[in-house]
Design a protein around this ligand. Structure first.
Ligand SMILES: Cc1ncc(COP(=O)(O)O)c(C=O)c1O
Length: 417
């Protein structure tokens, strides 16, 4: 970085005299190479790279940034490779496309109407969700993906004097939101069998958030355990992130009427196969929803566009397709878990559309690397407690066969380094 500071100070930046090289995500450091202009000019490739390298990457522009931005450690999303023919098992997308009704709905709104803003209240989508889940529309909030719904929830409902509690191994966006908003938080360790034990959350706090099933473990909590927590903790906001609940988990939606402190967050990205459109929703007491609306309308009045609204409503009109694809994923998951176990993997008991598995003899980071070389992308987290695991999305049967064949090849070669 010293070189870059120097380059910046000498205004070489503006004359394109350097190349930036962004190091791999895991090490989260940028480094740069300062090259004399004549070297860049001498090589068309270098010249192109110099132009392509975004000048902002790694630049220390802190004199222009708001306070605290330099200290942020943003969430790192899973890789979205720009190449075809890969087996993509790293971000828990649905291997089956959306319902055909979704495509019809998208075509029907691809008209001149797109010049108009969408309904800021997403009235029809809220009515659809409310009717389907047995709620009042005032108990529903919709947003631009559940990540946005979560972001608004952290600000609207989880920022208090007492800390927020969540598991030590969980969705890695939670600590990011806390740091963004300055929310005090405490991470509660999973048990040795990587389960959430809700009795461990009986401590001073203002809010509790956890996914059910948990990510990245895939392990679900029974409804009774969530209900017991709500009975014990009427003083805290309890947020259950049900991103993966449709693949065999138990939803806490039936508890909404009896627990005004419960908020449930869902996504259309997984079981509804609409990750590309960014739609999520929250369900809870109208009083909690009011707080979300206030924050949303202080931030972005139109978070869900016309195309996404039409697609989301259509996906709820095709119940058969939804059930059929979820059931298929559950079936493929069982087969995948068996195959991985047969290879000697320890596989956690997943009720999500992914499995979390480790091999006692093979390093997970190296397995992920070897799979990547074979165009199979899985997720590895370089984090305490879980660095020996791989998180593998349940793909099509053919995706899973490719994975198993590759693992077989890698492990029988006996070396992964
Ligand atoms: C537990 C959990 N919650 C929320 C999300 C966000 O989903 P989206 O923003 O696509 O709705 C994810 C995404 O993978 C997740 O794993």
């Amino acid at each position: 970085m010293a070189d870059l500071d120097l380059a910046y100070r000498h205004r070489w930046v503006r004359s394109g005299l350097f190349l930036l090289h962004e190091a791999p995500h895991a090490c989260r450091r940028s480094c740069c190479l300062v090259l004399p202009l004549r070297d860049c000019r001498a090589s068309p490739l270098l010249m192109r790279l110099a132009i392509l390298a975004p000048l902002s990457q790694g630049l220390k522009m802190s004199q222009y940034w708001s306070h605290g931005i330099g200290a942020l450690r943003p969430y790192i999303p899973g890789e979205q490779p720009a190449i075809d023919n890969i087996v993509k098992l790293n971000t828990n997308e649905n291997p089956f496309g959306p319902s055909p009704l979704v495509f019809d709905a998208i075509r029907s709104v691809a008209t001149d109407s797109l010049r108009l803003y969408p309904d800021p209240e997403a009235t029809e989508l809220k009515a659809t969700l409310a009717a389907y889940h047995g709620l009042d529309p005032r108990e529903v909030f919709v947003g631009n993906g559940s990540d946005e719904v979560l972001a608004l929830t952290f600000l609207a409902l989880l920022k208090h004097d007492a800390p927020l509690l969540f598991p030590d191994v969980t969705y890695s966006f939670y600590p990011v939101y806390c740091k963004l908003y300055g929310i005090d938080f405490r991470q509660i360790p999973l048990t040795d069998s990587m389960e959430i034990r809700l009795e461990d959350y009986d401590q001073q706090c203002s809010g509790i958030i956890f996914p059910n099933p948990n990510a990245p473990t895939g392990i679900g909590l029974p409804l009774a355990a969530v209900e017991d927590l709500l009975v014990r903790r009427p003083d805290a906001v309890v947020v259950v992130d049900e991103a993966y609940v449709d693949f065999g988990g138990e939803s806490a939606l039936p508890l909404i009427q009896s627990h005004p402190n419960l908020l449930i967050i869902r996504t259309f990205s997984k079981s509804r196969s609409l990750a590309g459109l960014r739609i999520g929703f929250a369900a809870g007491h109208a009083n909690l929803i009011e707080a979300l609306d206030r924050v949303k309308n202080s931030f972005n009045s139109y978070p869900v566009d016309r195309v996404a609204l039409a697609a989301a409503i259509a996906s709820y009109r095709d119940e058969r397709y939804f059930r059929r694809t979820c059931a298929a994923i559950v079936k493929i998951r069982s087969a995948l878990m068996l195959r991985l176990s047969a290879f000697g993997f320890d596989v956690l008991p997943s009720v999500a559309n992914f499995v979390f598995a480790r091999h006692p003899r093979f390093d997970a980071a190296m397995l992920a690397k070897r799979l990547h070389e074979r165009s199979i992308v899985v997720r590895h987290f370089e984090q305490p407690r879980i660095r020996e695991y791989l998180r593998i999305t349940v793909g099509t049967p053919s995706n899973c066969r490719s994975l198993i064949d590759a693992l077989s090849e890698i492990t029988t070669q006996g070396r992964v380094d």
